[in-house]
Write a protein that binds this ligand. Sequence first.
Ligand SMILES: Nc1ncnc2c1ncn2[C@@H]1O[C@H](COP(=O)(O)OP(=O)(O)O)[C@@H](O)[C@H]1O
Ligand SMILES: [Mg+2]
Length: 269
Amino acid sequence: MTAALDLQGVACTFVSKDQPGQRYTAVQDVNLTVAAGEFVSVVGPTGCGKSTLLNVAAGLLNPSVGAVQVFGQPLAGINRRAGYMFQAESLMPWRTAQANVAAGLQFHGVPQAQAMQQANDWLHRVGLGGFGDRYPHQMSGGMRKRVSLAQTLVLDPDIILMDEPFSALDIQTRQLMENELLDLWQAKKKAVLFITHDLDEAIALSDRVVVMSAGPGSHPMGDFTIDMDRPRDVAEIKTTARFLALHTAIWAVLREEVLKGYAQQLKVA
Ligand SMILES: Nc1ncnc2c1ncn2[C@@H]1O[C@H](COP(=O)(O)OP(=O)(O)O)[C@@H](O)[C@H]1O
Ligand SMILES: [Mg+2]
């Protein structure tokens, strides 16, 4: 079956910010596929190139080397099959929750009334029915994340790209959001590429966890199948023996890379 997303031999080289004239290869030799309907998480040390890879998958960044295929087609320009949820807040402060969710549809030419109706439906689905007329500053961080989630999903993308979307949330809100994401994903079975530095989160959510090495030239160095039943409750699953066994196995690989990444950051600082 053709993969939803297929990165083949991808490398990304940047002009170094610290040493002008020097080049820095963040990621190299990256082969990464996400099957249709598969939930894949990528974990790795800070600065190893996780966001870089997501930008490549989104078509926001052209790899220096390698190719990207989306459902068997070479990716050129923005990935129109994908929706992107960033780590940072991305709501427009001058628009209400409903108008924020409707914005993407309107950019795609959906008539105003229809866009607002669909936005309203999605706000209900993420537990924000009745909050459509709130502005971002009138909502909690968790509520704003729900709006962002609705904003991404309302466009019904076949591929969902998420860059540490819940990292700024408190642990309870985060678990609620993770469970909600799994429910929505379970219902629609889209391909998900989920970036996180949190191994617990990666294991609890995913079908597969990919571990990136420390940079420079970061690449996948472990690929673990998460063979745990669904539907899952992210809090409950963490107490199971299988979860702990997987965590131990993956952490054995990740730990070294985190230490290497940390040492490099100290060197730079
Ligand atoms: N546009 C850019 N210009 C220069 N360096 C960059 C750029 N984007 C990322 N980098 C560098 O590439 C490395 C990987 O960054 P990033 O993908 O943001 O890492 P992560 O998301 O894993 O923390 C970092 O060293 C970062 O400084
Ligand atoms: Mg990042």
